[in-house]
Design a protein around this ligand. Structure first.
Ligand code: TXA
Ligand code: MG
Length: 342
């Protein structure tokens, strides 16, 4: 079993030394927990793919502790620098032309690299202590729900890794926004997150194209973005709006997750709420932890209600659509019908 380390100075020094020696360390971030390795070591990064069961065609995000370090792994355009000044450290990943220092295994052979400076204080301390950029995808077995606590990492990868850094529950709760800046005049949003399209447009002063995920363009631009992802083992059925009447009168072996738990549900054991209020900030924070918890119980189906549209709600709904997708890269409207359309 992996050991969970508190973020003391001594532990951070030890974990940094393990990273420099080419080992894997799971680290907390403000979005989700990541599985980190020295981004400049091809053999260390290969271990990430093995531990996660991740196909080599799905490239890794490189985390940096300074803008100088970002410049050592990627070509920084003016547009990239503007976004860094505004949103780093924070939940924004940029895809940029890569520098030769980054091994091919990290970028799946592409000439571009995805980079981000995380905001979690312990991740930043570990980056400073290690002194090298750290490649880190989410710390879950490939395709499963991302982890937002050290215990989630232990549950999913505890038998395959040795070190987990404890950093509390991830504040944001969904993965970073990914913006493609390979062509600085034509920025594209590859994955919605806390930093929205409007946030990016305000800073860049140009329109940001929304890559309609999931489709074949998205799959080509961001290879890991297949439709079925972030999926519990229990079937998930997503709805624009849930009906309490239907939930109360239906099969008691099905779970129903409303935006907020209706008071009229009284003691019904199969009725849940994403959060105390319908604020997308709170829903995102609890999203993956509740999906994991319900997946660990023996429900026949998990019915979930989409978040309010716009801002972080769009990122939540993207993850719910993916959690509910049955297979492959089928377009949502051809899936289960009503439940999948947002
Ligand atoms: O919030 C996050 O971004 C978390 C934390 C740990 O930082 N990381 C994360 O990594 O979500 P992951 O592996 O689950 O998602 C990485 C995705 C890939 O699936 C791919 O879509 C995109 O980032 N990506 C990475 N490198 C890329 C590249 N060179 N070109 C295009 N897309 C890339
Ligand atoms: Mg992931």
């Amino acid at each position: 079993m992996a050991k969970i380390y508190r973020g003391t100075k001594g532990n951070l020094q030890f974990l940094a030394q393990r990273l420099r020696a080419g080992e894997l360390v799971a680290v907390p971030s403000e979005t989700v927990y990541g599985l980190a390795a020295d981004a400049l070591s091809a053999s260390a990064c290969r271990k990430i793919f093995r531990a996660k069961g991740r196909p080599p065609s799905d490239p890794l995000i490189v985390h940096v502790g300074s803008v100088g370090q970002a410049g050592s792994v990627a070509e920084l355009s003016d547009a990239a620098r503007q976004l860094m000044r505004k949103f780093w450290p924070g939940p924004l990943t940029m895809v940029l032309p890569k520098k030769p220092a980054v091994p091919e295994v990290v970028t799946s052979g592409q000439p571009s690299v995805a980079i981000r400076m995380p905001a979690h204080p312990l991740f930043l301390k570990l980056l400073a202590e290690t002194g090298t950029p750290l490649a880190a995808p989410s710390a879950n077995p490939f395709g499963y729900v991302s982890p937002t606590t050290a215990q989630h990492v232990q549950d999913g990868l505890g038998k395959r890794i040795k070190y987990i850094l404890e950093g509390g529950a991830s504040e944001v709760g969904v993965e970073s926004t990914i913006v493609d800046l390979r062509d600085p005049r034509r920025p594209r949003l590859l994955r919605p997150g806390k930093i929205t399209k409007a946030d990016l447009e305000r800073v860049l002063g140009v329109k940001v194209e929304l890559v309609p995920t999931p489709d074949s363009t998205a799959a080509m631009l961001a290879p890991g973005m297949m439709l079925r992802h972030y999926s519990p083992h229990t079937p998930v059925i997503a709805h624009r709006k849930l009906s309490l009447k239907r939930a109360l009168s239906g099969d008691a072996r099905e779970a129903w997750v409303f935006l907020t738990r209706p008071a009229a549900a009284k003691a019904a054991k199969n009725i849940f709420g994403w959060a105390e209020t319908s604020s997308s900030r709170q829903v995102a924070h609890n999203l993956f932890a509740l999906l994991r918890k319900l997946d660990g119980q023996s429900w026949k189906n998990i019915h979930v209600e989409y978040a309010q549209r716009g801002g972080l709600g769009d990122a939540i709904n993207d993850r719910l659509t993916r959690a509910a997708a049955k297979t492959g890269t089928r377009a949502p409207h051809k899936g289960r019908g009503k439940g999948l359309s947002i």
